[in-house]
Write a protein that binds this ligand. Structure first.
Ligand SMILES: Nc1ncnc2c1ncn2[C@@H]1O[C@H](COP(=O)(O)OP(=O)(O)OP(=O)(O)O)[C@@H](O)[C@H]1O
Ligand SMILES: [Mg+2]
Length: 283
């Protein structure tokens, strides 16, 4: 096909030889199948910031590193330079997360480069060599659902061991290749240690998996793997092969009735003294 304008710089640089076809146009990016020498790859072209949705909001940006304080100030002010920086941080976040996760052994597409707002990465394919289907488009048995769910929990644990929370994990951002699920779409990924919303995001990601696979395997409904994984992480006990139960211990500590009664008595006494002091001041 004719080379889309946004991919021209990559052709000029010799990073891409030919654009074969458009694969998908999502909310935030358009994805193409491209040829780089002998290799067939995938090029994700990010849309402009103003066409993007919720994922660039502040809660995802917190704790994200920029190169220097000049950039940080410009981004805060929202100047044109600042907006350009914001764009770069956003686009580089996905390639950074992909490198970090691929190195940690997580099943993600191998990234190559992010250049001029285009991410070049491995094309995830099915057994026949065609672009892989999304999890959402695949019918499955209960047994298959349980197996994929277990595999994905392990991926989530591996990601968290590498300090990353996906932040938008769902059946739409998981592809299925010949060996099982592959996780994609990470520009909003957050740093587990420095983002104060990380616990909530991890729990939501893991709950999304239980809800989706729960349609095929009802015993997954109501499981609490997200809370359990986060608790292990906080306690420093998370490692890639940690056994999981899907249950977390309820707070069993009984309410200390005696201390509640003492607090009430104290508050009453203070109020009496306040009134007496006020009466004495007025008379
Ligand atoms: N590496 C890849 N290999 C094969 N297909 C891919 C790859 N990356 C993306 N796709 C396809 O392109 C679609 C959109 O990609 P992605 O989810 O990264 O972008 P997006 O614009 O954020 O999408 P959406 O808004 O729909 O979530 C995916 O659902 C998938 O079908
Ligand atoms: Mg997506």
């Amino acid at each position: 096909m004719k080379t889309p304008k946004r991919i021209e710089p990559l052709v000029e640089e010799g990073l891409v030889d030919e654009v074969i076809r458009q694969l998908m146009s999502g909310k935030e990016a358009t994805v193409y199948v491209v040829r780089c020498g002998e290799e067939i790859r995938c090029a994700k072209v990010y849309k402009d910031a103003n066409q993007r949705s919720f994922r660039q909001n502040a809660s995802y940006q917190e704790g994200r590193k920029v190169k220097n304080s000049r950039q940080a100030r410009a981004m805060e002010k929202g100047s044109r330079y600042g907006r350009k920086m914001q764009e770069e941080v956003w686009q580089n976040a996905e390639v950074d997360a992909l490198y970090r996760l691929a190195a940690a052994g997580v099943r993600v597409p191998q990234p190559f480069i992010c250049f001029e707002g285009v991410l070049l990465m491995e094309l995830v394919t099915d057994a026949a060599g065609n672009a892989a289907a999304r999890l959402n488009d695949i019918a499955m048995t209960e047994q298959q659902a349980l197996q994929f769910h277990a595999m994905l929990l392990r991926e989530v644990v591996l990601m968290l061991c590498a300090g990353v929370v996906h932040g938008d994990l769902s059946e739409y951002n998981i592809l299925v290749d010949a060996n099982g699920p592959v996780i994609i779409d990470l520009p909003q990924a957050v740093d587990a240690a420095s983002n104060s919303g990380a616990a909530e995001m991890l729990e939501r990601d893991v709950d999304n998996l239980a809800t989706y696979f729960g349609q095929f395997a009802p015993k997954l409904n109501g499981t609490q793997y997200g809370k359990e994984i986060w608790a292990l992480y906080v306690a420093g006990l998370l490692h890639p092969d940690v056994p999981l139960t899907g249950k977390v211990a309820a707070h069993k500590k009984p309410v200390d009735v005696g201390s509640v009664v003492r607090e009430i008595a104290l508050a009453r006494k203070e109020e009496e003294e306040r009134r007496r002091a006020q009466y004495e001041a007025e008379h």
